[in-house]
Design a protein around this ligand. Structure first.
Ligand code: FAD
Length: 200
């Protein structure tokens, strides 16, 4: 495989009426950057070299925005100060590849509003929210790093790791404790880590 595209993947979600959403995700060092209608031919070429047969996109045209985003996590430590709380991406943006952003934004709104409704001291409620946010964003951050290590890392060691781990996940789904897109659901301790990486 061409090293520059190792670790790339293409996702296509079909919708009604011959429409769909498509993504090419690729390592940050790859010199792609798909932006605007003029970037579409480069997008198609990147999909093709990643292994997508030509007929999958066929005569597709662009009907919505085409843009490139960095998948790095960005977050604020303790997103509350002096009466101002940050929720959603403003408080912590996770890697969109794992689709947790909307669940996290709603989760933040729920945590903050529950704290505000149960504590008349809103400064205390805001600080409590920030502690919970750091805990839960930390879970997502760790989990997504684990997922990336198993599913996206490249090279012979990464290939061997996948060959060992994926069949074991298939046999026992509880080894992989969180569903992507659902937000934080479980504390990640050493026992969970060992089960995830099938080291137990
Ligand atoms: C390519 C990509 C794919 C993604 N796919 C998924 C997915 O499949 N599932 C998922 O759950 N998440 C996904 N996400 C993440 C998700 O979109 C975000 O986590 C989510 O939109 C965050 O919501 P938010 O309300 O915090 O911020 P935003 O949705 O960014 O909303 C903030 C709003 O504030 C507005 N704004 C900014 N500054 C100002 C200002 N000064 N004055 C007034 N308005 C302002 C912005 O225009 C924007 O409308 C994806 C993200 C990307 C980039």
């Amino acid at each position: 495989m061409d090293e520059s595209i190792a670790g790339s993947q293409v996702l296509r979600f079909c919708q009604k009426g011959g429409r769909g959403r498509a993504y090419v995700s690729y390592p940050a060092l790859t010199e792609y950057g798909f932006n605007g209608a003029s970037g579409f031919s480069q997008f198609l070429e990147a999909a093709r070299v990643t292994g997508v047969p030509d007929e999958i996109f066929g005569s597709a045209t662009v009907s919505g925005p085409l843009a490139t985003f960095n998948g790095a996590h960005n977050w604020v430590e303790h997103p509350y100060r002096k009466g101002l709380a940050l929720i959603g991406d403003a408080g912590g943006a996770s890697d969109p590849s794992w689709g947790q952003g909307l669940a996290l934004a709603i989760h933040d709104a729920k945590l903050l509003s529950e704290n505000l409704m149960t504590d008349e001291d809103w400064d205390k409620a805001g600080n409590a929210y920030a502690v919970q946010h750091d805990r839960d964003f930390g879970i997502i951050h760790t989990f997504e790093n684990w997922m990336s290590e198993v599913l996206c890392d490249t090279g012979p060691d990464a290939d061997k790791r996948r060959e060992r781990i994926l069949p074991m996940w298939h046999q026992d789904r509880s080894r992989n404790p969180m569903t992507i897109v659902n937000g934080p659901s479980k504390q990640l301790d050493e026992t969970v880590r060992k089960r995830f990486f099938c080291e137990d």
